[in-house]
Write a protein that binds this ligand. Structure first.
Ligand SMILES: CCc1ccc([C@H](C)CC(=O)N[C@@H]2O[C@H](CO)[C@@H](O)[C@H](O)[C@H]2O)cc1
Length: 820
């Protein structure tokens, strides 16, 4: 311990070792003889947090002094993943910490395993938000991530006899060492009640909202350190608390429940994440959840802005707010309310200010996924906001009529209010009207947005539409997930690639020289062995690391077509049974992903995967040639084990359905080859890595539209294709359900009668493509070359690239260097 090295921020092995033991004793209150791994994990977490706090406070101070322009990312979901490893990487103290932990007789990897990850999201949207916060800090851009601190995150998935069982995710049970509760940063929000007009001291008619009840939102802050820079940004999550946590009146009256009823009611608001990644209308609690974090966030921004002594008119210069899908879209009406009712601003200037503040990202084309709230629910929950929305709509439709007179149909389609049946507020429309920028998350998706669900807004404001193709954090899905591969990449492309992924191109020449092949393959095999151990541990199924690992991990949804993957497995299984001499590379099919609890067909698909696996895995005829496994509880932590171990990445959604996908990028960064349709970001990945290094199949989105328009009859495919027919019949006959023909009937009937996601239409093209994959895999050198070329050319899909685009084209955000 060098005399000048401060104990709480020293980064040397000695300093970290000293701090670890100090925190074990003084913070965790344990001594080595009795301390558990969890105790040491928490002691280490506090040790690392001390080192983060230094950077964090220096950053906040600098941004405050320089009144730095700041982007506020409003997202109902965040999937940051486990924090310990990520923070060690950002601080550059991974090796020193590994040494310090060894000194207390433990392994760093085992302590990293102890962390319960914050599962505050469902899937792609939540993880993307986390990748973007990582890149914003790494690119030294001032940013605040705002969201909700759910007490229970996405459910833990247990599999019981092939069926998904949801288990509550009490991630906060042992406390969360990475967050700081900020009791002094808290705001009250109103709910229900009524509005009343009054004359203000200038004789202007003003509106006062008299809420029926008030709730408090309290800030919980987590540091988001940049990689290789001193900047550390902020993730501020709001938790709902009662304004008055104990009602003595009821207590004295003997109504003990009553005394805490309001406390319980209030806290229920941020109790749990909605586990659906497709909206289900009408859940009042979900509307209140969105309003709570949006109102607290906007009040917090106004507090920071006014504390800087600047006038409200300069608010859009200081803050730009990104709406992560429609979940925070109420922000448009809430900012208007705050400016009008709290700050006495005139409508025009309030509206002008509002429209210069917000930008909106759309993440899904599924019409049923566009959130809408009934007017009655709005009236009873947020009466003042409904008034403001109706007023916004009036001004808006006047503008539309001005520009497109005699086109009442257009006006009706554009209206914020859906008048077709019971009246609804269209949240996507509110987001579009209130934003200066509207973007999709992949080139095809943005084009389809402008062409379909947001066509009329594109007609109105083409200049607002722009594309921002998604990206992923090379730190989380490269360095943290696959350190051996990244060591090779740093050797070949220089260590800077993790902060400048385009440097991966330096790998290209090596892809054409065989020297590096054995090491490349050894690293992949090592990750496959590690995953095989994890699979055996979790499922009891033994898989062969030498076989091709063919992996599909993502939320279970019919448009993602996990059941098309299963149809291929059934067809391959039956081919090998018919012809045991069939020359096919041994394959291990790995699945993972959660189904929304109320989504029956998705849950049946999970059962199907297990049922087919049961038969295939115990059939001696295919014993060492086919394996089917389902890895339970797919989350960021499990994902870090799976992406590095993949040979083949399954991105097989029906073209036009997957907005972008980000798993596709994570697989490619880890050297997997993709079998996929021309959907979402697959299109751009194929362009970057080269068509010859991508296994393409299936209808294009235009062909899908044409086929649907001309009347798609799935039964024709069944009748005309014997291989398909046999696969479907085996399923229908109960081969995979102990003869029970009823179990999978709903799935079989849907495929033969509707097949909304055109599995039968794409089946032949898919299995033909899988044959090409099989042949390619058996030429190890060409497969390795293609694998290396995928990594060398995937740099564009770093979240640093897309965040730089957002900063340049939407947020107009410059870097701010923080001096230690
Ligand atoms: C209201 C319930 C709900 C919750 C989440 C969502 C998300 C929009 C669903 C989602 O995660 N979409 C995914 O977003 C990713 C990041 O942009 C894309 O890569 C995926 O293609 C898209 O499905 C919709 C509705």
């Amino acid at each position: 311990l060098t005399e000048h090295e401060p104990t709480r921020t020293g980064l040397s092995v000695d300093a970290l070792h000293r701090a670890l033991l100090d925190n074990l004793f003084y913070v965790v209150g344990r001594f080595p003889a009795v301390a558990t791994r969890q105790d040491y994990y928490r002691a280490l977490a506090f040790t690392v947090r001390d080192r983060l706090l230094h950077r964090w406070l220096r950053t906040v101070q600098t941004y405050k002094e320089e009144r730095s322009r700041t982007v506020c990312y409003l997202s109902a979901e965040y999937l940051p993943g486990p924090q310990l490893g990520h923070n060690l990487l950002a601080l550059g103290i991974f090796d020193n910490t590994r040494e310090a932990v060894r000194r207390v007789g433990l392994e760093l990897d085992d302590l990293i395993e102890e962390e319960a990850e914050p599962g505050l999201g469902n899937g792609g949207l939540g993880r993307l938000a986390a990748c973007y916060l990582d890149s914003l800090a790494t690119l030294q851009r001032p940013a605040i991530g705002y969201g909700l601190r759910y007490e229970f995150g996405i459910f833990r998935q247990r599999i019981d006899n092939g069926w998904q069982v949801e288990v509550s995710d009490s991630w906060l049970r042992d406390g969360n060492p990475w967050e700081l509760r900020r009791p002094h940063i808290a705001f009250e929000i109103g709910l229900g009640g009524h509005t009343e007009r009054y004359l203000d001291h200038h004789g202007h008619t003003r509106v006062r909202w008299v809420p029926g009840e008030t709730i408090r939102g309290v800030a919980h802050d987590t540091a988001i350190p940049g990689y290789g820079v001193f900047n550390s940004n902020l993730l501020r999550l709001w938790a709902a608390e009662a304004t008055e946590s104990f009602d003595f009146g009821s207590f004295n009256a003997g109504d003990y429940q009553g005394a805490v009823r309001r406390k319980i009611r209030s806290e229920t608001i941020s109790r749990v994440l909605y586990p659906n990644d497709e909206p289900e209308t009408g859940k009042r609690l979900r509307l209140i959840q969105g309003y709570l974090f949006v109102s607290c966030s906007l009040q917090d921004m106004l507090r920071i802005h006014l504390a800087g002594g600047e006038g409200l008119d300069r608010f859009p210069q200081r803050f730009v707010v990104q709406l992560n899908d429609t979940h925070p879209a109420i922000a448009v009406a809430e900012l208007m309310r705050l400016l009008l009712d709290k700050h006495g601003m005139e409508w025009e200037s309030a509206w002008d200010l509002t429209r210069r503040t917000f930008a909106y990202t759309n993440h899904t084309l599924l019409p049923e996924a566009l959130e809408k709230w009934s007017l009655t629910l709005f009236e009873e929950t947020l009466p003042r906001h409904l008034e403001i929305i109706l007023e916004i709509n009036q001004y808006f439709l006047d503008e539309v009529r001005m520009r497109f007179p005699h086109d009442e149909a257009l006006t009706t389609r554009l209206s914020l209010i859906d008048e077709t049946g019971p009246r609804y507020v269209r949240m996507a429309h509110l987001a579009c009207v209130g934003s200066f920028s509207i973007n999709g998350v992949a080139r095809l998706h943005t084009a389809l947005l402008a062409d379909t669900v947001l066509r009329d807004f594109h007609t109105l404001w083409p200049e607002r539409f722009n594309n921002k193709t998604n990206g992923i954090s090379p730190r989380r899905f490269g360095n943290l997930s696959n350190p051996d591969l990244c060591a090779l990449l740093s050797r070949v492309a220089g260590p800077g690639w993790a902060a400048d992924a385009e440097r991966l191109r330096l790998l290209e020449p090596h892809a054409h020289r065989r020297e590096i092949y054995p090491e490349w393959r050894r690293i992949k095999l090592e990750r496959k062995r590690a995953l095989a151990r994890y699979v055996a541990d979790q499922t009891g199924i033994v898989v062969d690391p030498e076989s091709m690992f063919d992996i599909q991990v993502k939320r279970i949804h019919e448009y993602k077509r996990q059941h098309l993957n299963v149809l291929h497995i059934i067809a391959l299984y039956s081919r090998i049974k018919m012809d045991p001499t069939l020359d096919a590379a041994p394959r291990t099919f790995v699945f993972g992903g959660k189904a929304a609890p109320g989504y029956k067909m998705a849950k049946l698909i999970i059962k199907l995967i297990h049922s087919v696996g049961e038969v295939v895995n115990r059939d001696p005829a295919v014993r060492d040639r086919l394996r089917v496994v389902f890895v339970p509880d797919f989350n960021v932590k499990v994902a870090q084990r799976i992406y590095p171990a993949a040979d083949l990445s399954e991105q097989i959604s029906l073209a036009g359905m997957e907005a972008s996908g980000t798993g596709n990028m994570k697989f490619a960064l880890n050297g997997a080859l993709t079998i996929g349709t021309l959907d979402g970001a697959n299109v751009e990945i194929r362009e970057e890595v080269g068509a010859e290094n991508f296994f393409l199949f299936g209808l294009t989105s235009a062909e899908v539209q044409a086929r649907k328009r001309s009347g798609y009859c799935p039964y024709d495919c069944y009748r005309e294709n014997p291989v398909l027919r046999e696969a479907i019949d085996l399923l229908a006959d109960g081969l995979f359900s102990h003869g029970d023909r009823a179990l999978f009937r709903p799935l079989v009937d849907h495929l033969l009668q509707q097949d909304d996601y055109m599995l039968l239409a794409d089946f032949q093209s898919y299995i033909d493509c899988q044959d090409r994959v099989d042949r390619a895999f058996r030429d190890a050198d060409s497969w390795t070359r293609m694998s290396m070329l995928n990594v060398a050319r995937i740099g564009r899909f770093s979240s640093d690239r897309v965040v730089q685009e957002y900063c340049r084209e939407i947020w107009r955000l410059e870097p701010v260097t923080i001096r230690p």
